[in-house]
Design a protein around this ligand. Structure first.
Ligand SMILES: [Zn+2]
Ligand SMILES: [Zn+2]
Length: 173
């Protein structure tokens, strides 16, 4: 289980992908509060390597999303992401875009590699100011610890703690 966050920022309570985007655009110091200067350069690529990127992120914004859309799109129990401003995000290669329309009518562009299917990012279809980067593709992913998790009501009941699941031995090299 994740330890309790120091405080839950208002933008996260209201859930806020919109609030989160706003905080990023406005250059908020992030969930760790004023004075947090956490910046980190990360880079990554899809599985086949056709799409790659570099990004300058704030590790305090790393989150998990348990929403049912993220479960379906990622093919996994939850999604692991960090937002990045367009100016701090450099993409190489041309991803395929799927447009998701939410119940609210809000449209988002979800980018993935057309060859290997790895998810790369999502962004607002209208402004593309902030990109939500899918961290399973980041080389530094083991160092990026989620600070918050959202949409917990649709979390798979077992996904909150997998430490008791019996472990198969790692394959030998
Ligand atoms: Zn690929
Ligand atoms: Zn989600």
């Amino acid at each position: 289980m994740l330890s309790a966050p120091r405080f839950v920022p208002r933008w996260f309570e209201r859930s806020g992908r919109t609030q989160l985007s706003k905080a990023i655009v406005e250059g908020s110091d992030g969930p760790a509060g004023k004075g947090s200067k956490g910046r980190m350069k990360i880079d990554g690529a899809c599985h086949c390597g056709r799409i790659s990127y570099e990004a300058d992120i704030n590790p305090d914004y790393v989150t998990i999303c348990h929403c049912t859309d993220c479960q379906a799109f990622s093919g996994a129990p939850y999604r692991f992401t960090v937002p990045v401003k367009a100016e701090n995000f450099k993409l190489h290669g041309q991803p395929k875009i799927y447009i998701k329309t939410a119940d609210s009518g809000n449209k988002r562009a979800l980018a993935f590699c057309a060859d290997c299917g790895s998810a790369i990012y999502s962004t607002s279809l209208d402004d593309r100011v902030v990109f939500s980067l899918r961290l399973g593709t980041a080389k530094q992913r083991a160092q990026l610890v989620p600070k918050y998790q959202g949409w917990c009501r649709s979390a798979l009941p077992w996904a909150m703690d997998i430490s008791d699941i019996p472990r198969a031995p790692d394959p030998t090299q």
